[in-house]
Design a protein around this ligand. Structure first.
Ligand code: TXA
Ligand code: MG
Length: 328
């Protein structure tokens, strides 16, 4: 059991950043904004802090974490980069791309953080607040999305407080995140493989590599390990069932719309929210999790979801919606 903590919420001024760094150094848990979603940070080199983090999230302990660092140089101290990994890091860091790489021999990250795997997920976030905390702390910070396990990822400090209030030490409130879906995860353990679609579109990654990404079924260790982790079916589930690719909304349903509203109208709907009226996938990604939360709270029998194109950020949006629909 986690003892109840007085969770503080603070604006990201210098005093709050210093506080975050002090808490991390003492094994504490600090939620902070990244450009994708809010992360729940702990000292990656402190096994006890990582254990507290799993407990606060209620996360199955076999799901490994992403280590966040300030730059490629810090990343090279904990993982081995091949040519493709170097190219991706140079093209997209800082930014919403996570690389899964072989751990360096003298990797300082606690074994618990990687769930005992000999690979490690690494990311250099682009958000100013995340960067200030990382450079002030000077060590890698593991940070899963700052939600209880099985809930949708938080894109505001209010979401974090609702999920983790009383279970963590501090929330730095940097406003709503801009990307809105988690980072794209690519494994570079041989031919690069897309493990999780996310905030960096597949098309951009394939352009930088000069060749297509591989198939996750061929990910080494796929048979026995948490495969394309983040792939627990129930990971992104709201409580209300989802009905995908809906072409109309029924009485008593809530609706998650995309693009121009239905010609048939939405009369009788419990609540309607549009991801992007102008059909912009970037805007839709930024709104996805907060709209899902708001519709989940509407007390509707189902959430009808209009079709969303599958290219660019649409791949990640459709992936999260499919999980939300199936994983209950
Ligand atoms: O945008 C993001 O990536 C956010 C922000 C806070 O950085 N973080 C995030 O973390 O989404 P989390 O823990 O919710 O998802 C990380 C995913 C998990 O599905 C985990 O299984 C996978 O990364 N992962 C971590 N280490 C791995 C490894 N060595 N091999 C394969 N997958 C790994
Ligand atoms: Mg998560």
């Amino acid at each position: 059991m986690t003892a109840l903590l007085a969770t503080r919420v603070a604006k990201p001024d210098a005093a709050a950043i210093a506080d975050a760094v002090r808490l991390l150094a003492g094994g504490g848990l600090v939620a902070f904004p990244t450009e994708t979603v809010y992360g729940l940070g702990a000292d990656a080199t402190n096994g006890n802090a990582v254990a507290r983090l799993y407990a606060a999230k209620g996360r199955p302990a076999f799901n490994p974490l992403i280590a966040h660092v300030t730059d490629v140089e810090a990343a090279r101290a904990i993982a081995r980069f091949d040519t493709d990994a170097v190219r991706l890091a140079e093209s997209f860091w800082p930014g919403p791309l996570t690389l899964v790489l072989p751990k360096a021999d003298d990797c300082a990250v606690a074994d618990l953080a990687t769930a005992g795997l000999d690979t490690i997920a690494l990311r250099v976030p682009a958000h100013d607040v995340a960067r200030k905390i990382l450079s002030g702390f000077g060590r890698p910070v593991v940070a899963p999305s700052a939600n209880r396990s099985g809930h949708v990822s938080p894109t505001t400090a209010e979401h974090v407080l609702a999920d983790l209030g009383g279970r963590i030490d501090l929330i730095i409130d940097g406003g709503a995140t801009t990307v809105g879906v988690e980072s794209t995860i690519v494994a570079c353990l041989g031919k690069p493989v897309l493990l999780r679609p996310g905030g960096m579109p597949r098309e951009a990654i394939e352009r930088a590599l000069g060749h297509p990404l591989g198939d996750p079924a061929r990910y080494p260790g796929a048979e026995d390990a948490p495969r394309a982790p983040g792939m627990l079916a129930s990971h992104y589930a709201p409580h209300t069932p989802l009905r995908l690719d809906a072409s109309q909304v029924e009485a008593g349903e809530a609706m998650l719309a995309f693009g121009p509203m239905l010609a048939a109208g939405t009369g009788g709907a419990a609540r309607v929210l549009n991801l992007s009226e102008r059909g912009d996938l970037t805007e839709a990604a930024a709104n996805l999790f907060s709209h899902l939360r708001a519709l989940d709270a509407a007390g509707a029998k189902t959430i009808a979801v209009m079709p969303i194109p599958r290219h660019d950020l649409g791949e990640a949006i459709n992936d999260r919606l499919a999980r939300a629909a199936s994983g209950r």
